[in-house]
Write a protein that binds this ligand. Structure first.
Ligand SMILES: Nc1nc2c(ncn2[C@@H]2O[C@H](COP(=O)(O)OP(=O)(O)OP(=O)(O)O)[C@@H](O)[C@H]2O)c(=O)[nH]1
Ligand SMILES: [Zn+2]
Length: 190
């Protein structure tokens, strides 16, 4: 069983017409020489931001029986909040304690991106990354921390620009062992 999101069925022409109607309804006509194609650009931009990129899961046998934490810090996060379809942007820190296999390092950034390219809430994104690593790798434990600014909170509404939300998801020994958990959070903060 895979926990990867299903690929959406994207109709760029229909999205373009909807974007044109949407912008016109907001008093933003797109009839100038440089704006005629803006509805299509908008449709393509949203399609790009909302379509996960599948990737090959590459694992290696843990031949050295490496049994310390592996932590990949400061992975870029760019997603859209499902309430306003406005971006939330920040970083993820992903760590795990290997068991029988280790994961290709680039895959941590790929899995974050895969789940980020959907309408999201930060809590779910954080949990999905942890659950995917658990399911695909069966490590001794996983930890994921996401720190992000939500533009729906800074560009509109409450206008709390600069507010950063931190979420975390832990499993296995990273959740159950206080020492391992503390080591993970220390690595994240270093
Ligand atoms: N928990 C959580 N909330 C989020 C996330 N992204 C956006 N939200 C919140 O979702 C809520 C939607 O609330 P509503 O009251 O329905 O929407 P709204 O009237 O536009 O709210 P304001 O943003 O307060 O103006 C807001 O409080 C957002 O800040 C997220 O990733 N996680
Ligand atoms: Zn929002």
């Amino acid at each position: 069983m895979t926990l990867a999101p299903a690929l959406p069925d994207v109709g760029i022409d229909a999205a373009t017409e909807a974007a044109r109607a949407f912008l016109e309804a907001l008093g933003v006509p797109c009839d100038g020489p440089s704006t005629e194609r803006s509805p299509r650009r908008m449709a393509e931009a949203y399609a790009a931001m909302l379509t996960p990129r599948p990737f090959a899961m590459t694992t290696f046998p843990n031949e050295e029986q490496y049994d310390e934490l592996v932590v990949v810090r400061t992975i870029p996060v760019q997603s859209l909040c499902e309430h306003h379809l406005l971006p939330f942007i920040g970083v993820a820190h992903v760590g795990y304690l290997p068991a029988g296999r280790i994961l290709g390092l680039s895959k941590f950034a790929r899995v974050v991106e895969m789940f980020a390219r959907r309408p999201q809430v930060q809590e779910r994104l954080t949990r999905q990354v942890a659950d995917w690593i658990d399911a695909e790798l069966a490590p001794q434990g996983v930890g994921v921390v996401v720190e992000a600014e939500h533009l729906c909170m800074s560009m509109r509404g409450v206008r709390a620009g600069g507010a950063v939300t931190t979420t975390s998801a832990l499993s296995g020994v990273l959740r159950d062992s206080p020492a391992t958990r503390a080591e993970f959070f220390a690595a994240v903060r270093s």
